[in-house]
Design a protein around this ligand. Structure first.
Ligand code: HEM
Length: 124
C-alpha cells in the first residue's frame, strides 16, 4: 500500500511538471505578443534592439519546450525548425538595426509575422 502511494504520488508529480512546462509555452507566446508589438513600434535603434533581445530569449525558451498542442516527436521537430527560422530572421533584423538601418530592420521583421502565421497554422 505504501509503495502504491509512492508510485501514485510520483505519477501525479510528473503530470504536474509536464502540465507546467506546457503552460509555460503559452505564457511565453503571450509575452512574445508584447515584445513583437514593441519591435514593430520601435522608434529608434535602441528600442528595436531591446525588443528583439526579449523576443529572441522568449523564442529560445519556447523552442526548448513541447507545446500542449503537439503530441508527437515529428511535429515537435517541425515546431523547433520553425522557431529556428524565426530566430534566424530576428538575428538578421537585429544586425540591420545595429548597423543603424532601422527601416531595413523593420522591413525584415515583417517576415516574423509570416513565420508565426505559417507555424500557427501547422501546430497551434
Ligand atoms: C511574433 C511571434 C509570435 C507570437 C506573437 C505568438 C503568439 C501566440 C499566442 C498569443 C498563442 C496563444 C497562447 C494561449 O493559448 O494562451 C500562441 C500559441 C502557439 N504558438 Fe505562437 N506566437 C508567435 C510565434 C510562434 C512561432 C514562430 C511558433 C512555431 C514555430 C509558434 C507556435 C505556437 C504554438 C505551437 C502554439 C500553441 C501552444 C499551446 O497550445 O500550448 N508561435 N502563439
Amino acid at each position: 500500500m505504501k509503495r502504491l502511494k509512492q508510485i501514485l504520488s510520483i505519477a501525479l508529480f510528473t503530470c504536474v511538471l509536464v502540465g507546467t512546462a506546457n503552460a509555460h509555452v503559452r505564457t511565453e507566446m503571450n509575452q512574445m505578443k508584447g515584445a513583437a508589438s514593441a519591435l514593430t513600434q520601435a522608434s529608434d535603434v535602441m528600442a528595436f534592439e531591446k525588443a528583439a533581445m526579449e523576443l529572441r530569449a522568449l523564442a529560445v525558451q519556447s523552442s526548448e519546450k513541447k507545446p500542449a498542442s503537439i503530441d508527437n516527436d515529428e511535429d515537435f521537430k517541425g515546431y523547433q525548425v520553425g522557431m529556428q527560422e524565426f530566430i534566424t530572421v530576428l538575428d538578421e533584423a537585429t544586425k540591420q538595426a545595429k548597423s543603424g538601418d532601422l527601416e531595413a530592420a523593420k522591413a525584415t521583421s515583417k517576415k516574423l509575422f509570416d513565420i508565426r502565421n505559417e507555424y500557427h497554422k501547422k501546430y497551434k
